[in-house]
Design a protein around this ligand. Structure first.
Ligand SMILES: C[C@@](CO)(OP(=O)(O)O)[C@H](O)COP(=O)(O)OP(=O)(O)OC[C@H]1O[C@@H](n2ccc(N)nc2=O)[C@H](O)[C@@H]1O
Ligand SMILES: Nc1ncnc2c1ncn2[C@@H]1O[C@H](COP(=O)(O)OP(=O)(O)O)[C@@H](O)[C@H]1O
Length: 321
């Protein structure tokens, strides 16, 4: 039954959390006529969560604010707080599909580095979709939600699904991958962002310069899926691949320092996450990840130990105020 607000028309608040991600493997094909690139990627959702609280408001329309509970300095973030915000786009899309929606205010708790290659905005969009779906009782199926998610961005369907998954197409055609054990990582965010389209364009430029034809990526390396399945961090460390890494380094050469440091300080491997600039260090276990993060902190480098896989977007609370 549709319950847009609480008894007596009191406002209702639905809080959803959704994870950031690391691309364990990211192969990128040539530029397509639609401006996108076909990819073959293995996504891993990690334990750094965004939260979106959707609170019903009188009237209509979608507003948004950033929560002071965010671990990022919200005053310094370059995030649009209007219809360009990915969570707002998601809520507006849901409103279009809902009969007589209430107004909604979205409060986003930011923890995933912005423009960091970890899909933070996509997590906000996925969380907003789920929160508004619950608030308005839209009753969409998982498949319908995934379809709406893909309209918002290539990474949004994965933020809904979570866990580990193979992404084909532009990254939106997902097949869940089995990963029974946890993998420990240390994330090293940068104090700057990289624009995703700019990094893809830099890869195209480098490839044009080299004049080598790039094949369409068909599938991911089966050995990666085997390493995920068996919880083999050592095996996985030899298989990490990111075609965007050299483009990210081309735009931000200082990323080499952290990558080089990691390799000589006990990380099994290190990789730029997605389009960067966040760097993900793969650790042998949780204790080593904590040690690596502490050592980086000691050197004045921000670092956070996380693990994955973790679930995708989930409702945390649903309260009548
Ligand atoms: C690179 C990846 C790897 O997972 O993640 P991030 O590093 O952004 O987190 C994704 O492909 C990003 O997904 P997402 O950030 O949702 O991309 P979108 O908003 O759909 O697209 C932004 C722009 O990136 C480029 N783009 C994106 C995906 C793709 N398969 N090919 C592309 O060329 C296009 O220029 C597009 O206009
Ligand atoms: N809710 C949001 N959170 C973060 N960024 C957002 C959001 N809405 C729109 N954006 C814009 O999307 C861009 C990419 O954001 P983000 O998802 O954090 O990075 P990435 O695509 O590298 O994973 C940001 O530069 C920002 O301007």
């Amino acid at each position: 039954m549709r319950t847009p607000s609480g008894p007596g028309g009191r406002p209702r608040s639905v809080r959803v959390r959704a994870p950031g991600k690391v691309n364990v493997s990211l192969q990128v094909g040539p530029l397509r006529p639609d401006g996108y690139h076909s990819v073959a990627s293995v996504y891993l959702a990690v334990s750094l969560f965004e939260e979106v609280t959707a609170t019903s408001t009188p009237g209509t329309g979608v507003t948004v604010s950033l929560s002071p509970a965010s671990t990022l300095d919200v005053d310094a973030l370059e995030i649009p707080l209007d219809e360009r915000n990915l969570a707002v786009k998601a809520a507006r899309l849901m409103a279009e599909m809902t009969e007589d929606p209430t107004g909604v205010h979205l409060t986003i708790t930011k923890r995933v580095p912005v423009a960091g290659g970890m899909g933070g905005g996509s997590a906000d969009a996925a969380a907003a979709l789920l929160a508004c779906d619950a608030l308005w009782g839209s009753g969409l199926s998982k498949e319908e939600l995934a379809h709406v998610a893909a309209e918002l961005g290539a990474d949004v369907p994965f933020a809904l699904l979570g866990g580990a998954a193979v992404g084909l197409g532009v990254g939106d055609q997902l097949s869940p991958a089995l990963a029974t054990s946890r993998f420990d990582w240390v994330l090293v965010p940068a104090d700057f962002g990289l624009s995703t389209p700019r990094v893809f364009a830099e890869l195209d430029r480098l490839r044009d310069e080299e004049g080598i034809a790039v094949p369409e990526p068909i599938d991911v390396e089966p050995a990666i899926l085997a390493a995920l399945r068996t919880g083999d961090a050592g095996g996985l460390s030899h298989l990490l691949v990111n075609d965007l890494q050299r483009a990210a380094i081309g735009l931000a050469p200082q990323l080499r320092d952290t990558l080089g440091w990691a390799d000589s300080h006990g990380a099994l491997a290190s990789i730029v996450s997605g389009s960067g600039p966040t760097i993900a260090l793969l650790a042998p276990d949780a204790a080593s990840a904590e040690d690596l993060a502490a050592e980086l902190a000691h050197r004045g480098v921000e670092a956070v130990a996380v693990h994955g896989p973790v679930p995708g977007a989930r409702i945390v609370s649903d309260t009548v105020l």
